[in-house]
Design a protein around this ligand. Structure first.
Ligand code: B16
Ligand code: MG
Length: 219
C-alpha cells in the first residue's frame, strides 16, 4: 500500500537549476574557465560542496579547503540574489495541482531536497503548507545517491520505504530513492530511459491514482 509521496524540489516542483547554473558559471568564469549546460546536468541533485568539487575538477583547479569554503559561500550569495524574486509563477506545470490532489487523496507528502535553501524557496512558491514534512540539505547532510534525505522523509511521515513513492528529476536522486528501498517516478526528459518505475515529463497530467497504478505495475 502506498501511503506517502516524497518530492524533490529542483526539477520537480520548480526549476532552480537555471539559477544554480548561472551562479556556478559566474564562479567558474571568475576562476578563468567555463562549463556547459550539459555538464551542469551532472550537478542536479548533488549537494553544494560536491558540486564545487566537480566544477573545480572540470577546470583542472586544486584549492585548499578554506578557499573552497569561501567559493561555495560566494556562489550561494549570488544564488540567493537570483532566487530573491521567486513566486508562485515559478512552480513547474501541475505542481500545485498535484500537491493538492495528493492531500485530497489522503496521501502524506514530504519535500526531500538536497538544497539548504529549500524551505525559503517553497515558502516563496506558496506551497509550504502543502507538505506534511520538510527535509532539506540542513537536515540531511549526506548527498544523494545516499538515501538519507528520503529515509528521513519517510520516517517523518510514519511510512515504511516500500510505502513511499519518490518524485525525482535527477539520476543521483532516483538512485537515492532506490537505495532507500522506495518506488520512483522520474520527472522530466533528462533521465536515461527506464531508470525509474514510471516516467513523466512533469506532474501536469498525472493524478495520484495514475501514479500509484503505474508504479505498482513495476513491482
Ligand atoms: P544548495 P534538489 C539540489 O536540489 C540541486 O538540484 C543541486 O543542483 C544543488 O547543488 C543542491 O540542491 C544543493 O543546493 O546550494 O541550495 O544547498 O534537486 O535536491 O531539490
Ligand atoms: Mg532535482
Amino acid at each position: 500500500e502506498i501511503k506517502a509521496f516524497i518530492f524533490d524540489l529542483d526539477g520537480v516542483i520548480t526549476d532552480t537549476a537555471k539559477y544554480h547554473y548561472k551562479a556556478w558559471r559566474r564562479l567558474a568564469n571568475e576562476l578563468g574557465f567555463d562549463f556547459s549546460e550539459e555538464e551542469n546536468e551532472q550537478l542536479k541533485g548533488v549537494g553544494r560542496m560536491e558540486s564545487l568539487e566537480k566544477i573545480l575538477h572540470w577546470g583542472g583547479i586544486t584549492l585548499p579547503d578554506e578557499e573552497k569554503k569561501r567559493l561555495a559561500e560566494q556562489k550561494n550569495l549570488w544564488y540567493l540574489e537570483y532566487i530573491q524574486d521567486i513566486s508562485p509563477n515559478d512552480l513547474l506545470p501541475g505542481a500545485r495541482e498535484f500537491l493538492l490532489a495528493t492531500r485530497d487523496a489522503g496521501i502524506k507528502s514530504a519535500l526531500g531536497s538536497a538544497s539548504k535553501n529549500a524551505i525559503p524557496i517553497v515558502e516563496k512558491l506558496g506551497v509550504l503548507h502543502l507538505f506534511d514534512a520538510l527535509i532539506d540539505g540542513n537536515k540531511a547532510p549526506k548527498s544523494k545517491p545516499d538515501p538519507q534525505v528520503f529515509l528521513l522523509g519517510a520516517e517523518a511521515l510514519n511510512a515504511k520505504p516500500e510505502e513511499c513513492i519518490v518524485f525525482e528529476d535527477s539520476l543521483a536522486g532516483i538512485q537515492a530513492a532506490k537505495n532507500g528501498g522506495m518506488h520512483t517516478v522520474g520527472i522530466g526528459y533528462m533521465l536515461p530511459p527506464d531508470v525509474a518505475d514510471f516516467h513523466a515529463g512533469s506532474l501536469e497530467f498525472l493524478t495520484p491514482s495514475i501514479v500509484i497504478t503505474e508504479v505498482l505495475k513495476h513491482t
